[in-house]
Design a protein around this ligand. Structure first.
Ligand code: 3BY
Ligand code: FES
Ligand code: FE
Length: 407
């Protein structure tokens, strides 16, 4: 498999969609997990999902169940969600609140900081301090909690510094979850990411999003948004008001930040373009457009003047992907008084469902033996080319002895 995969990777032509096995083969999927998902920083949850001691979020990353939980000291940590007694998964719900993490099998009881506090009838020789939950790397950027399963996590300082700076005025520590949606798309995770990295499909698929979101490829592609006059004017106006907005991309192209304008007078992703929630206190004006932040392989995000959208992508199998979307508003905003949930969520609920259908039909097509990789539009799909090139480089690097990582 390793040799076959390396040949497939080397045969891959930049500017063309991937060969069929990358979208459908369980062996390639297993290698995606090993080479990318189990060694890169993966977005797990927004910090707003941990309002109290014991607030937790779980996720399944390949074979690894993980729990992220806030301790009494306020620190958000990640652990293998595997009991140190006989290996039961401890937390089975997607999220919850628990003063202690109690294993449902024999009630071994852990502090949210991972220490084993109690285990019944284990004898006098038993050393509880040797049976704490196994830690997983955990770090934050732009008010988002990331985890990493690698023994040694990749350097995260650069993305943290930039993402924190760009997102600062959105005040992520003062937001709350207004709504969360969870969908499963019958498609490979790379089709989900590819779909997100272009707006070639937007006019044909997203009637409600297109009311406010510009499908100008110069704004959402792989180029500096300054190449679009509207993008440049927006960046300059926001930067003058103290909002970091200029296009910035990681040297290895794994993440990017840029603030883009909405269509016309729109200020939010609503059907009429007007705000959906009270303006975030740190934002200087309503029409700040959207700060876009992607981090491969699993998140893209929109930071607006009135709310924030976090997207989490997790692979389930070669042909199934979970997408969790979280809508965040200011913590003092009251539903029904300050914002209406339908108004806040309807555009992206529709957009996600439209993208799900696109991805599912795409999966059916690329699974056909008649499928052959086709050319991306350099004008419209530069972002997709950029993602696929990153993926191929990362996979090739990981095939080297010792499994190098993309620098
Ligand atoms: O969510 C996004 O950022 C992307 C950009 C282009 C299509 N989609 C809306
Ligand atoms: Fe967790 Fe027994 S497996 S207490
Ligand atoms: Fe879309």
């Amino acid at each position: 498999m390793q040799d076959d995969l390396l040949s497939l990777l080397n045969e891959q032509r930049s500017g063309f969609s991937l060969a069929r096995p990358f979208y459908a083969d369980p062996d390639v999927f297993a290698e995606d997990l090993r080479a990318i998902w189990q060694r890169e920083w993966i977005f797990a949850a927004s910090i707003a999902e941990f309002p109290k001691t014991g607030s937790y979020v779980t996720l399944q990353l390949g074979a690894y169940p993980v729990v992220v939980v806030r301790g009494a000291d306020g620190v958000i940590r990640a652990f293998h969600n595997v009991c140190r007694h006989r290996g039961q998964r401890i937390c089975s719900k997607p999220s919850g609140q628990a003063a202690k993490l109690v294993c449902p099998y024999h009630q071994w009881t852990y502090d949210p900081d991972g220490r084993l506090l109690w285990a019944r009838d284990m004898g006098t020789d038993f050393d509880a301090s040797k049976h704490g939950l196994k830690p997983v790397h955990c770090a934050q950027a732009a008010g988002m909690v990331f985890i990493c399963l690698a023994e040694e996590a990749p350097d995260f300082a650069a993305v943290q510094a930039e993402a924190d700076r760009y997102a600062a005025r959105h005040g992520m520590a003062d937001l709350k979850v207004a709504f969360q949606s969870r969908i499963v798309e019958a498609g490979n995770w790379k089709l989900v990411l590819e779909n997100n990295r272009e707006c070639y499909h937007c006019a044909g698929s997203h009637p409600s999003l297109c009311r406010t979101f510009s499908d100008d490829p110069d704004l959402v592609g792989s180029d500096d948004s300054l190449s679009s006059p509207a993008g440049a004017a927006h960046v300059n106006r926001c930067e003058e008001a103290g909002l970091p907005s200029r296009y910035v991309i990681a040297p290895n192209e794994q993440w990017r930040l840029v603030r883009i304008p909405f269509v016309g007078e729109a200020v939010s992703y609503t059907m009429d373009g007007a705000a959906a929630a009270p303006r975030l206190p740190g934002m200087p004006f309503a029409n700040a457009g959207s700060l876009l932040f992607f981090h491969y392989p699993n998140t893209w995000n929109h930071f607006l003047s009135d709310h924030v959208l976090n997207f989490r992508v997790l692979p389930i199998s070669a042909t199934e992907t979970e997408v969790v979307t979280t809508w965040l508003v200011h913590k003092d905003a009251v539903e029904g008084r300050d914002y209406d949930l339908k108004r806040l969520t309807e555009v992206w609920l529709a957009t996600n469902d439209e993208d799900r259908r696109v991805v599912e039909e795409n999966q059916i097509g690329v699974t056909s033996p008649a499928y052959e990789p086709g050319p991306y539009s350099a004008k419209q799909e530069s972002g997709v080319i950029q993602f696929v090139d990153w993926y191929v480089r990362a996979m090739i690097a990981a095939q080297a002895p010792g499994g190098a990582r993309l620098a």
